[in-house]
Design a protein around this ligand. Structure first.
Ligand SMILES: CC(=O)N[C@H]1[C@@H](OP(=O)(O)OP(=O)(O)OC[C@H]2O[C@@H](n3ccc(=O)[nH]c3=O)[C@H](O)[C@@H]2O)O[C@H](CO)[C@@H](O)[C@@H]1O
Ligand SMILES: C=C(OP(=O)(O)O)C(=O)O
Length: 418
């Protein structure tokens, strides 16, 4: 059990954005596609999910060396196993590990996917795409298994019924070493996916992106090693931005990934954020949180992961904020926790309505039901009276590098208790 204790604070100073979890994990899975060395820089080593993933690639037979919390080298000294024996917590990325093992070695067995509990999180599209490439997929207890036909996966047309991030990534990974051409129709084109494609191209993969229409992958015989810099975490950037406005702070967010956040920035500007562009940093000079009305969707729309953070904004606004999560309908469990802090809400169909009272919140014992929920509660804790204690704070550690330390560096009263 871990706790994050937060007291009312005004954020002030400079904060650096770390490498993105949702990119780094995909790149770690892609490192399984080659026997050569893969080096990742700007790598968010302290993240719990990154540590689990490194444990998984090591369990498969890779060796890793991690330096300064920002640099990792992944090498292969012995034959890679096709079975990932794993007893601890699982992550959503095991689906991509399965794809990588199957396309390179012809078969794989991985723990069923974990990740945030966001309501139903099916993996039928991953099964569908592997089957389209000729594989057989089945479950064995807590494991998901896959076997390619003799001769390996065979390129095919994969039609995604919805722009799934993970399924797009898995199809790309599988296509790199499949025979012939794989086309992924209706893909999700997100910054993290473009980052994965960029690394795979450096490894020798032949991938063409035809906008939101389709991605074409010409399978190759083998992939080589490479060095690649993980992109900045757009979720972390938004979290600090929202926290700075909520607390009337004065913060410079260094390494701000502007191009990845255009739509969210437009919403926050019109909802009262006082923000200024300074080359690669963003400067927040406080502002006032006005009510927001947003729905989530594929990029460049608002990512589902952002909406709990925007709910914290809504809690600080005076009036009704409305959130509809089209990606993960009903990802509103955090609202019950915010209610303990005095945030009134109701669920109308698929919509969360927050009755913001201008941030008149009280400190409380609340629970981080998932990663972004935990971060959103911490932001509420910065404006609430007295002390807020967030249990299951490890959830935050899954995806934010040194969250409590960065809060303290910004002048906040925040303490991590293991
Ligand atoms: C590690 C990582 O990068 N996680 C991100 C990834 O998750 P993830 O890749 O799991 O999310 P998807 O984009 O696949 O999910 C979008 C929707 O598709 C549904 N679906 C997905 C796969 C499937 O096989 N069948 C199916 O029905 C999901 O239940 C969800 O309703 O993208 C989500 C946004 O899209 C983000 O919130 C997650 O932070
Ligand atoms: C939902 C998230 O991640 P995962 O898919 O790893 O659970 C997230 O990053 O907010």
């Amino acid at each position: 059990m871990s706790f994050l204790k937060v007291r009312p604070s005004r954020l002030q100073g400079v904060v650096d954005i770390s490498g993105a979890k949702n990119s780094a994990l995909r790149l770690l899975a892609a490192s399984l596609l080659t026997e050569e060395k893969v080096t990742l820089t700007n790598y968010p080593a302290p993240l719990l999910d990154a540590q689990i993933h490194v444990g998984m690639v090591e369990a498969l037979g890779k060796s890793t060396i991690c330096e300064n919390d920002k640099h990792i080298e992944i090498t292969e000294g012995k034959r890679l196993s096709t079975t990932l024996n794993w007893e601890g917590r699982s992550i959503r990325n095991t689906l991509l590990v399965l794809g990588a093992l199957t396309t390179r070695l012809g078969e794989g067995k991985v723990p069923l996917p974990g990740g945030c509990k966001l309501g139903e999180r099916k993996f039928d599209l991953h099964v569908m795409l592997l089957e389209r490439l000729g594989a057989t997929v089945w479950e064995e207890g807590e494991y998901l298994c896959c076997s390619a036909p003799s001769g390996g996966l065979v390129g095919s047309d994969i039609h995604l019924p919805l722009r799934s991030t993970g399924a797009t990534e898995n199809a790309i990974i599988c296509g790199t070493l499949a025979k012939g051409i794989t086309r992924v129709w209706n893909p999700h084109i997100r910054p993290e996916i473009m980052d994965l494609i960029s690394m795979l191209r450096k490894m020798g993969a032949k991938i063409s992106v035809f906008g939101q229409e389709h991605i074409e992958i010409q399978g190759v015989e083998g992939l080589q090693g490479t060095e690649h810099e993980v992109i900045a975490d757009n979720m972390e950037a938004i979290t600090w931005l929202v926290g700075s406005v909520m607390t009337g702070g004065d913060v410079e967010i260094s390494g701000f990934p502007y191009a990845d956040l255009e739509v969210v920035l437009a919403h926050l500007r019109s909802a009262g954020a006082k923000i200024f562009r300074n080359e690669d940093s963003l400067i927040v000079r406080g502002g006032t949180c006005y009510p927001i009305e947003i729905s989530t969707g594929p990029h460049p729309g608002i990512n589902s992961d952002v909406q709990p953070i925007l709910a914290a904004w809504g809690a600080c606004a005076k009036g009704e904020s409305r959130i509809v999560d089209l990606r993960f309908p009903g990802r509103y469990g955090y609202a019950e926790e915010m209610a303990r802090m005095g945030v009134k809400h109701e669920i109308r169909g698929d919509m969360l309505v927050l009755h913001g009272n201008g941030g008149d919140l009280n400190g409380a014992l609340v629970r981080a039901l998932d990663l972004r929920a935990g971060a959103a509660l911490a932001l509420c804790g910065l404006v609430a009276k007295d002390e807020t204690l967030i249990s299951d704070a490890w959830q935050i550690g899954r995806g934010y590098v040194n969250f409590d330390r960065k809060l303290r560096e910004l002048g906040a009263a925040a303490e991590w208790i293991d």
